[in-house]
Design a protein around this ligand. Structure first.
Ligand code: PTT
Ligand code: SF4
Length: 610
């Protein structure tokens, strides 16, 4: 095979057995890599009903056919497993040297199974692999763990680690790399913790097989140059994703006080320009020439790397308008290995519950010290922190009454930084995201602003699907960063050319969309297999707050989503995807996508529509 190594490394932590295995060219060509490989493997190998935090779950680190080549922003890695937060398919995408080192060690995938009897570090260097004691690192923050491991094994090794949140099985713990790259929102860090695996240390020295090396180098050079020449490149380097704070405020979608409002009085103080004043350095992922990790010195004198989502969720969403204090919460999340988005949701939920007198715990909007203390209680599962460590859905069930109305999650994954009271297209995108609410698959909101906020049109349904094909399909399977495309306008047409030079496969964008559709229907089948008869289209509907409790401030004062129109839009989305009224892929759709065996198995769990 060219472009792919054609090999995966399977590590069983219960038995200590490490096995290099080949996988078929057919899987490579029909699922490409990254998310595609992960869902194929989870579908094939996981028994339905497997407990997410049991040794039987599989934690997958998956690269794609462009990962590690000298191509724009190609240093990303998908981390996937059955999610302990949602009970469905979960994944995330982290920029890390480990992605490149995995490929240069001769593998495209690392599959971790079982559970070690004591804290463990997995070290892989080309053909050599060893399971080392992780006792000395257990309990340490992710940042210190990585620093120590790099000191011990060399500055160039790729390290992926968990912090205490993953060790303590906090349901929204993620994995961390390179001082503040993080991924795997739906609890991938907890899955790693449940296996007693503290860290991966990867190193490789091989050349990744390539179909046309000269052409790949030439395309890479041209691609990097084109990125540099884009008109908005300079501004991107200055602010990265942080410019979105001002944009969200102007458009009344900046999540404020647990998504009650879309505007925040102190937005300017936490925005891109405020960040520029405080910026001390810039970091980024490997292979990238548009590095976007903006580092500030936080209120405790430590470095903290900011992104839009982190600041929106730990700033305006909890009523905190002091950027250096937001920086502290963000750095703690990186060090503890906690997803910032869910953390901001959980803190906002607790503040609202406290305000309503539903919680035996006092925490007010914008109270930095209380937010910090509660974060620590969540990580160490103390008192109410232990309830919140289960996520907003479980916490709302515990509180009972109306709490689920303002528990801001879909399929139990907390919503990311865009208020949708007046953005039905974006609400559909959150509703149908294949891992629970996340903007990563279809960030249609900026397009929606241009075409009209109030409508529930066919064009919006089509846009959600188009973006899911590109972002959730192409980028998550090729496993390269989507930001060159979406942020500076690097053309999508580059990617089939990159793929051809790497693998020799001559695929059009249409062919790639078909692969994306296959991956989407398989992810959906996985959810349905897990939920069986309990699966319902209601799982794709946002929380009641956006339908029932209008905005009370800003230019969209009075706005809510219309439930009937949303439902209608959802049904149109299903029809276009070839799914039935429950949102389940039909037999015909699965067969058409080359997955007849999936239809056959799925019929054992739920009656399929022909
Ligand atoms: C992503 C989600 C995001 S989306 C952000 S900020 W963003 C949060 N970042 C976190 C963080 O930081 N620390 C932490 N402890 N938790 C965090 N959780 C949140 O995770 C990230 C960039 C960004 S910054 C985005 S949009 C793009 N995401 C990509 C993606 O998903 N796929 C892809 N092919 N390319 C992408 N490029 C961009 O990468 P999840 P990173 Mg991330 C610190 O993890 O689970 O996918 O959720 O990976 O290396 O940090 O880069 O305004
Ligand atoms: Fe990483 Fe940012 Fe570069 Fe994407 S643009 S690869 S997130 S540094």
């Amino acid at each position: 095979m060219r472009g792919w190594n054609g090999k995966l490394l399977r590590v069983n932590l219960s038995t200590g057995r490490v096995l290099a295995q080949e996988y078929s060219r057919d899987v490579a060509q029909t699922f490409l890599g990254g998310r595609g490989f992960a869902i194929r493997l989870l579908w094939d190998e996981l028994e339905s009903g497997t407990r997410a935090l049991s040794p039987e779950n599989k934690l997958i680190f998956a690269a794609g056919p462009l990962t590690g080549f000298p191509l724009p922003s190609s240093g990303k890695l998908v981390v996937a497993a059955k999610s302990p937060l949602t009970g469905g398919y979960g994944d995330g995408n982290v920029g890390t040297r480990a992605a490149v080192q995995l490929r240069e060690a001769g593998y495209d995938l690392l599959v971790v199974e079982g559970e070690a009897s004591r804290p463990t570090v997995l070290r892989v260097e080309d053909e050599e692999s060893e399971l080392l004691s992780g006792e000395d690192y257990w309990g340490l923050g992710a940042l210190e763990t990585e620093e120590r491991l790099r000191k011990e094994y060399g500055r160039t090794v790729g390290v992926v680690t968990i912090g205490p949140a993953g060790e303590n099985l906090v349901k929204f713990a993620n994995v961390v790399s390179q001082e503040g790259r993080a991924g795997g929102r739906p609890g991938m860090g907890a899955v790693m913790g449940s296996k007693n695996l503290k860290a991966l240390v990867l190193k490789g020295s091989k050349t990744i097989p390539v179909a046309d090396s000269d052409r790949l180098k030439e395309l890479g050079k041209e691609g990097y140059r084109e990125v540099l020449e884009k008109p908005n490149y300079e501004f991107w380097k200055r602010q990265g994703t942080m410019a979105t704070i001002e944009w969200s405020q102007e458009n009344s979608v900046l999540p404020t006080q647990n998504f009650r409002e879309g505007v925040f009085e102190e937005a300017e103080d936490i925005g891109g320009f405020a960040m520029e004043e405080l910026k001390v350095s810039q970091r980024g992922c490997p292979q990238c020439n548009m590095t976007c990790g903006n580092v500030i010195e936080d209120a405790e004198g430590q470095e903290s790397e900011l992104d839009y989502e982190n600041v929106a969720m730990l700033g305006s969403n909890i009523g905190l308008g002091h950027l250096k204090q937001v920086g502290v919460l963000n750095r703690l999340a990186d060090d503890y290995g906690l997803d910032t988005i869910s953390l901001g949701n959980v803190l906002g939920f607790a503040m609202e519950a406290s305000e309503k007198g539903l919680l035996d715990y006092r925490i007010e909007w914008g109270d930095f010290q209380a937010a910090k203390a509660l974060t620590e209680d969540i990580v160490h599962r103390r008192g109410v922190g232990s309830v919140l460590a289960e996520g907003t859905q479980a916490a709302a069930q515990k509180l009972g009454g109306e709490a689920s109305t303002w528990a801001m999650n879909i399929k139990s994954l907390e919503i990311t930084g865009y208020d949708c009271h007046a953005a039905p297209g974006m609400a559909l995108s959150f509703g149908t995201s294949p891992i629970g609410a996340h903007h990563k698959d279809a960030w249609v909101i900026s397009w929606e602003m241009k075409v009209g906020r109030g409508s529930y049109t066919e064009a919006k349904v089509e846009k959600v699907i188009e973006f899911q094909r590109i972002r959730g399909g192409i980028f998550e399977c090729l496993t390269t960063c989507r930001l060159p495309w979406i942020e500076v306008g690097f053309k999508l047409e580059w990617y089939p050319k990159f793929l051809k030079a790497a693998t020799g496969m001559d695929l059009s964008l249409g062919d790639l969309f078909r692969i994306a559709d296959r991956v989407y229907s398989l992810m959906r089948a996985f959810w349905v297999r897990e939920y069986g008869k309990a699966w319902d289209h209601k799982m794709d509907v946002p929380p009641a707050r956006w339908f029932r409790q209008p905005l009370t401030e800003g230019p969209f004062k009075g706005a809510t989503l219309d439930r009937e129109k949303y439902q209608d839009m959802l049904q149109r989305y299903y029809r276009k995807r070839g799914w039935d009224q429950r949102g389940v892929p039909t037999k015909n759709t699965l067969a058409h996508l080359g997955l007849p065996e999936v239809a056959e198995e799925l019929s054992q769990y739920i009656k399929l529509t022909p």
